[in-house]
Ligand binder design. Structure first.
Ligand code: GUN
Length: 277
């Protein structure tokens, strides 16, 4: 059984990025906007900024109060769209309810949309002509590549149909030649689908949802879930201890997908930077 170590893979990716950045006179710049005081978002934003500095990027962390208006946030994005030292703009989600996240996402010019969430970048991924693709699904693809998982003809089941993970994940796997099923809240019998899957990507946000009788012997499991339990510990969507004896490979939580998402964000920022050179 292989444990897919996201920390090691992410570190290698960061090393390569840091090496490449040395050859440029101006550093790639990433602006991260945080609105409000959501504790989890604060941690994610801090980790993203820290990773930027580690690889020699310029990092601009912008913190706005939760009562900022949509118009004010739009003008903040506009200012960054026009700033030549900024190559990537990321607005941390979720946003407060009075702000339409789609409007904000679409206001980031696609050339600087390092989350890959804009309709233009999602469209390019869907047409198998990716420019910048969402970080978490990209990170999952790198994790699967690291174990030389040939996805052509594989039956893949994704649990969760979010814009951030499930939907772009389906496109990535489809582009790689897999047969893809996306399960969601309306799916009748998820276990029936996962039981015959060669690869399962769990992104439901439900602690320990996937257990031993959900999977077949030898499956590859990527756990995107990050759930905080009452005792403060983190756990994924997969009951790791229950399934580890059955799988051929699995990613742990923490130390799996999480570090990869941030490393790909850096890679996306470098892609945006090079396209703007
Ligand atoms: N919130 C949770 N995941 C993400 C992500 O990948 N990007 C942004 N912008 N917000 C998030």
């Amino acid at each position: 059984m292989k444990i897919i170590d996201g920390r090691v893979l992410a570190e290698n990716l960061r090393k390569n990025i840091a090496n490449e950045v040395k050859q440029y006179s101006r550093p790639p710049g990433l602006a991260v906007i945080l609105v409000g005081d959501d504790e989890a978002s604060k941690v994610y934003v801090r980790n993203k900024s820290k990773a930027c500095v580690q690889v020699g990027f310029y990092s601009d962390q912008i913190h706005k109060s939760s009562n900022i208006t949509q118009e004010e946030l739009l003008s903040e994005v506009k200012r960054l769209n026009e700033n030549n030292n900024i190559d990537g703009i990321l607005v941390q989600l979720p946003l407060p309810a009075h702000i339409d996240a789609n409007v904000i996402i679409e206001s980031i010019i696609p050339e600087k949309d390092v989350d890959g969430f804009s309709s233009e970048n999602i469209g390019k991924l869907s047409l198998k002509k990716p420019f910048i693709s969402p970080c978490t699904p990209r990170g999952v693809m790198k994790m699967l590549a690291s174990i030389k998982c040939d996805l052509r003809g594989k039956d893949c089941v994704i649990i969760g149909a979010s814009n951030i993970v499930g939907r772009p994940m389906a496109m990535e796997l489809l582009n790689a030649g897999a047969t893809v099923q996306v399960c969601h809240k309306e799916t009748k019998d998820i276990k029936l689908k996962t039981k015959s899957a060669d690869v399962i990507v769990a992104a439901a946000g439900v602690a320990n949802l996937v257990n031993a009788d959900w999977i077949k012997e030898g499956a590859v499991i990527i756990d995107v879930g990050i759930n905080r339990l009452d005792d403060g510990s983190l756990t994924g969507d997969v009951d790791y201890e229950a399934v580890k004896g059955m799988v051929s490979a699995i990613s742990p939580v923490p130390g799996g997908v999480g570090p990869m998402t941030i490393a790909v964000l850096l890679e996306n920022t470098l892609t945006a930077y090079k396209a703007r050179l």
